[in-house]
Design a binder for this molecule. Structure first.
Ligand SMILES: Cc1cc2nc3c(=O)[nH]c(=O)nc-3n(C[C@H](O)[C@H](O)[C@H](O)COP(=O)(O)O)c2cc1C
Length: 218
């Protein structure tokens, strides 16, 4: 695939088939993602892979531990400003429209949110952790790693969804994967084959135009 086609083809997939993904495939994606740049080349990403029967056990463990947990970080600022707030609201509404879940169906929306915690049916996933010592510069390095990972997956015919929703379940995740205390959970990434029949996967999220986020300084 042309690079530009890969970039345009990647989108967040929120319904997967149960077609397995091999650890060899995931290793190939990690191998490419490991080429990502990082400030000082510190390479702060720490990755845990779930696949096959381990994934099945993990999903069961999550279901068995429904209690709220102390989030690993605040996913959004308290008072998210515009235009960011509107962008966030709009993509959520687009998703719920495709899922046919109206705003007043709180139970429906809550049940949908809970599907995050089953990786939307994906057979495999990675969790991305970072040492608690690290700050914003290293967190941005994680983003580069994740984007390279997701583009590599797209190029390999796989689908992904990055999921910071997992920041709400850091204890269950850390305990299951055996992450040491010095690591904190950033996000999960579901990996698998997109369910082409699921309307939610047709979501095409909007983007700000270049002049909304760029200033060519004169
Ligand atoms: C770090 C990160 C965390 C995300 N967390 C979630 C999540 O928890 N649940 C979800 O459904 N989508 C999640 N997303 C997907 C975003 O909503 C999505 O990237 C955005 O709406 C743009 O759509 P696109 O990925 O289809 O281009 C996340 C994306 C990123 C980059």
């Amino acid at each position: 695939m042309e690079f530009s086609d890969t970039v345009k083809k990647r989108s967040s997939i929120r319904a997967f088939t149960n077609t397995p993904v091999s650890n060899a495939q995931i290793t190939a994606l990690l191998d490419l993602a490991a080429q990502s740049p990082s400030g000082g080349n510190v390479q702060p990403w720490r990755i845990f892979v779930l696949n096959d029967d381990v994934m099945t056990r993990f999903k069961q463990t999550v279901q068995d531990n429904p209690s709220p947990e102390q989030p690993s970080y605040a996913i959004y600022p308290d008072q998210l400003k515009d235009p960011y707030r509107t962008a966030r609201f709009e993509v959520g509404e687009m998703m719920y429209t495709l899922l046919d879940i109206p705003r007043d169906d709180r139970a429906g929306r809550f049940a949908r949110l809970a599907e995050n915690y089953q990786f939307f049916g994906a057979p495999a996933a990675i969790f991305c952790f970072v040492d608690r010592q690290m700050g914003p510069p290293q967190w941005s390095d994680l983003g580069m790693f994740l984007q390279t990972f997701m583009l590599a997956a797209t190029d390999a015919g796989l689908a992904t969804c990055a999921q910071e929703a997992w920041a709400m379940k850091p204890e269950t995740v850390a305990r299951f994967v055996g992450a040491p205390d010095e690591l904190m959970l950033f996000c999960g990434v579901a990996v698998g084959q997109a369910d082409a029949t699921a309307p939610v996967n047709s979501l095409i999220s909007k983007r700000f135009s270049i002049d909304e986020f760029t200033t060519f300084v004169s």
